[in-house]
Design a protein around this ligand. Sequence first.
Ligand code: ZN
Length: 488
Amino acid sequence: MENIVVLGGCGTVGSLMARILAKKAKVTISDTCNETPLSKVFEAENIKLDLGSHNFKLIREADSIAVAPSLLENEEILKLIKGKKIITVEDILASFRVGKPVVGVTGTNGKTTTTNILKNILKVAGYKVPEHYLNIQGNTEFIPALQARLEGDIAVVEIGTFGRPGEIKRAAEDSEVKIAIITNISRDHLPPREFPNYIECKKEILDVAQHIILNADDPIVASFAENLPREKITFYGIETLESNFEIFPEERECPYCNRPLKYKKRFLGHLGDYHCTCGYKRPKPDIKAIHVKENSYTIKIGSKKAKINPKIKGLFNVYNSLAAASAATILGIKPEHIIKGIESFQGTEGRYEIIKEKPRIIIDYAHNPAGVKAILQLVKKDTKGKIIIINTISSESGMEGDKEIAEILSNADLIIPASYQARKASKHIKSETIHIKSSKEKIKQGTLGASQKQVKEAIQKGLEHADKNDTLLIIGEGGYRYAKKIFT
Ligand code: ZN
């Protein structure tokens, strides 16, 4: 058996490279890190660990050296492996087949939860699903393609974009996506002038997949079916609500003639039953939810109808479940397994995660206006007392996004801005706002807008104002990362 040392195996891409190579070789990870949260996974897959520093003897004795892409430009590393046979991530993609059906999930919001519900359905039906076990938000280049090559029967991968053309197409091709899900597309994610480009990026997955699953209630997503044969498409959507949900209406232009769309029904933001004077209208969904209430709904898959009592609440989770049910149906999973898979799904970490009661404290990864609307719609249905929001967001679309979020937050009772950007945008909040001292500090690393100190001060302030029936909702990546640490 070939003896391979993987340099950088503690990293996200490196860990997946090691796990794929271990299918055919004796693999040892060499990394300067001292420990990895994946040690149990590596042990189960017969991967040895050599951590703390790069072991020269180990490298010299190996048949070849696999190098994580982040280390390929490191001169020290290149010196260390001089003369050895090198395996890159591209080599792995070229030499290992995917060999299984792959579902790719893309869209602005709901990717992770849709992915996780579908995986749960597949597990209920008895399939093994490849897991990357990485604590990453969304997706990084190479992750879906590597994940699809791990051991398993059917793969479900998240495919995201940083807005660069060609990115989604390449990720979908490298992952050999057969079935694509597009959950929803929100304008707010990016500056308005970049919106058409963002739509085009998401559309790239259509060129790769053999079957496309589209949200019928999203006018832009549904329009992607244009010029595609009907049998290649599955539409999903909500038909009827039987409870009053806060809608947070949002206007949309017709994707064909640019006139404002008219809505017969609205469910959440721009999602609903729309039509246009030019003739464009919401397509009839193949898989749908009817009689949607706070805690239950009826799902219709073809002629099969079943009542669902999910553990995860919220209208946005009805959409995520319908998307997963659609893909499962195309994969030939029986409706009984789909229903059981949806009902037994426990939720995704950091998504409407209740970390404490009396007062209830919830963390949610919402980080754009559409995400904030979705979570606020649920919290408003699910709380008896006041809603206090700790906003740790620093919007990806800059001050415009922060301003839009501030306006939506006016639907809560009390707002505590916990990031510099949230503080700056707070003049657009119409409800009571309390500031913390530390939010004057500017913290911004990628999408992370708040520090642990800011989150902590904001939570303390929130607790001072909360009664036992109130809900403290912490939104954004800062809350997701730090709030649980603060309580343990
Ligand atoms: Zn039109």
